[in-house]
Design a protein around this ligand. Structure first.
Ligand SMILES: NC(=O)C1=CN([C@@H]2O[C@H](COP(=O)(O)OP(=O)(O)OC[C@H]3O[C@@H](n4cnc5c(N)ncnc54)[C@H](O)[C@@H]3O)[C@@H](O)[C@H]2O)[C@@H](O)CC1
Ligand SMILES: [K+]
Length: 559
């Protein structure tokens, strides 16, 4: 599933209308119809839950599968085939429903007006609530305004008549869509605040009004939707927090715009699903293990990690690499740690780096790491590494002198942040892939900005950095972003807040390194690794019963 910016959506709309010749009116009709169908779906669900229903009314609506939506002879036996009323728009007690349709003056409002027509057709009570004078609507939206007026659909205008939300069952928010700029103003702000205040279920057209469709930033006020009917293509703001929290359930409805046009009109950003892993990323898990393979077949990971106060980080990473399926893993660590970790993971090989009995890394150890890397397939570094004198130079040497794929995490990212104003691209282009796995704080240090600034546009920052620095970048956090040097990005959907626990990132580093060792490309290993990491956490939370009690080791054990 493609994820687009408002600008990309506008270009795709234009292409569909002007190059393919599909009329704008058709697109709006499809959009409004889809919104109406989702309103009816929600009504049916609310009925099942008993929300807003008196007890004698419960259990009397249509069940939504069309079976009880028959009309005429089809209800009787013996006359041949059934005759079924439009099943997506049928309800048994539609008259109980009073929906307020909040209508803005742009095309989002036009979608709401089309939806109003279809809801009236389905027998629901509908009242239009215009934010601006209806006369201010233009183009297709004005056509829909006139059709609604011809049909006698009741209408109120904010500022002219009082709007009492206590009288409605639910609200359709068609105030602002992808044409919205900045915080809602005037009547828009007032209607959004009152709609939220009412506590009635809200169905948003395309995006919740008050949400930045590109960044997921939530302005004050912003609709808190129960359902968002996203039209044609998923918008970036809906998959990024805090926007994702304002959107409720997101239903993407196709309206006649070919989805593949998205990648012709801007960067390709997709939701990371099993289907995308298989098709776009061509990850074939069935081929990872050959029946006649041996431990040499599946690659050897070298992990340079851990220091006295954070030895567990190295242990978690190295073990996760093995759990992800690499044939062998060597953990290079400061020599003083060796006696304490011997035997903790018997499957691991250990390589001691001279540390003057300090338990810490030092600049001179770069040579030892480079030598070890010569006979391994992947080098990963960062977890529990700590900072030490000359560390940025230490990392620069690894960057420049190993031809193995390199995974950089944690403190190694902080070393990278000190590389200079232009970032590590100043160190030259690496011959093998480089994967960076920052959390938002580390990303902020790499970019020279604050964590909230990073969070305000996660996809944008990640994609830009990956392209400019020629790296594959994994920006961790809810809805992890994987961005590639060629400008593509994937947004992960697996995992949960229980993963916010020390060591979870170390496990991810190990998984990605373990997958690289098995021959996956950087793009495949980063995406598949993030996806698996989240899935393992989901499974671990099920086993434990509560995500909050999850330890990083549980994620690894659930792989
Ligand atoms: N071909 C198309 O362009 C299609 C567009 N569609 C719908 O059209 C929407 C985009 O329509 P528009 O580009 O007309 O834009 P919008 O309908 O999102 O709203 C733009 C209007 O709102 C006003 N506005 C902008 N920011 C505001 C703020 N912060 N406070 C108060 N008023 C503000 C502007 O004056 C502008 O007139 C989509 O989200 C979608 O719902 C669909 O109908 C499908 C086809
Ligand atoms: K909206």
């Amino acid at each position: 599933m493609f994820i687009v910016t408002a600008e990309q959506m506008r270009a795709v709309d234009e292409h569909t209308i002007h190059k393919l010749g599909i009329p704008a009116a058709s697109l709006m009709e499809n959009a409004g119809r889809a919104i109406a169908e989702e309103v009816i779906r929600l009504c049916r669900e609310c009925w099942k839950e008993g929300v807003g229903r008196s007890s004698e009314q419960q259990g009397r609506w249509n069940d939504g599968n069309g079976k009880r939506a028959h009309t005429g002879p089809g209800d009787r036996q013996g006359y041949g085939g059934d005759i079924i009323a439009d099943p997506a728009l049928v309800m048994e007690q539609p008259g109980d429903q009073q929906w307020y349709m909040l209508i803005g003056k742009g095309n989002n409002g036009g979608d709401g007006l089309v939806a109003a027509r279809h809801l009236v057709e389905a027998g629901l009570g509908v009242t239009l609530v215009y934010a601006d004078a209806p006369e201010s609507l233009r183009g297709e939206a004005a056509v829909q305004r006139d059709a609604a007026a011809q049909l006698g659909i009741p209408a109120l205008v904010h500022g002219r008549e009082a709007v009492d939300f206590s009288r409605c069952t639910g609200i359709v928010d068609a105030l602002l869509g992808t044409g919205s700029r900045g915080a809602p103003r005037g009547a828009y702000a007032a209607l959004i605040a009152a709609a939220n205040e009412s506590g009635k279920p809200i169905v948003s057209a395309d995006v919740p009004s008050g949400l930045d469709a590109d960044t997921g930033e939530v302005y004050e006020p912003c609709i808190q939707a129960r359902v968002t009917v996203c039209l044609a293509l998923l918008k970036r703001g809906l998959v990024q927090y805090p926007g994702a929290s304002a959107a409720g359930r997101i239903v993407v409805r196709s309206i006649g715009i070919p989805a593949r046009l998205a990648s012709e009109h801007g960067p390709s950003v997709r939701l990371l699903t099993e289907e995308v892993l298989r098709s776009a990323l061509r990850v074939d898990t069935g081929r990872l293990r050959a029946p006649d393979g041996h431990k040499g077949t599946y690659g050897h990971v070298l992990l340079a990690a851990g220091s006295l106060p954070m030895s567990g980080a190295g242990l978690l990473s190295a073990k996760a690499a093995l759990r992800a399926g690499c044939g062998l893993a060597t953990w290079a660590l400061p020599a003083a740690l060796l006696p304490h970790v011997i035997g903790t993971v018997p499957e691991l090989m250990l390589a001691a780096a001279a540390d003057g009995d300090s338990g810490e890394w030092n600049a001179a150890s770069a040579d030892a790491v480079l030598r070890l890397a010569e006979s391994r397939d992947v080098l990963a570094t960062g977890p529990g590494l700590g900072r030490f004198k000359g560390d940025t130079d230490w990392l620069r040497r690894l960057w420049q002198h190993t031809d193995r794929p390199l995974v950089i995490d944690a403190d190694a990212l902080n070393m990278l942040a000190d590389a200079g104003p232009h970032g590590p691209s100043d160190w030259g282009k690496r011959s093998a892939a480089t994967i960076l796995t920052p959390h938002p704080g580390e990303m902020g240090r790499l970019l020279g900005m604050s964590t909230p600034e990073v969070q305000r546009d996660r996809i944008g920052h990640a994609a830009r950095y990956a392209r400019e620095q020629g790296v594959t970048l994994v920006l961790k956090g809810a809805r992890t972003v994987i961005a590639t040097p060629s400008g593509e990005a994937y947004i992960n959907t697996t995992g949960h807040a229980g993963m916010a626990t020390g060591g979870a990132g170390d496990v991810l580093t190990g998984i990605i390194a373990g997958l690289l060792a098995q021959g996956l490309s950087a793009e495949q290993a980063a995406s598949f690794g993030v996806f698996l990491h989240g899935q393992a956490a989901e499974r671990a939370a099920l086993l434990r019963g509560d995500p909050a009690s999850l330890l990083a080791g549980d994620i690894m054990d659930a792989l």
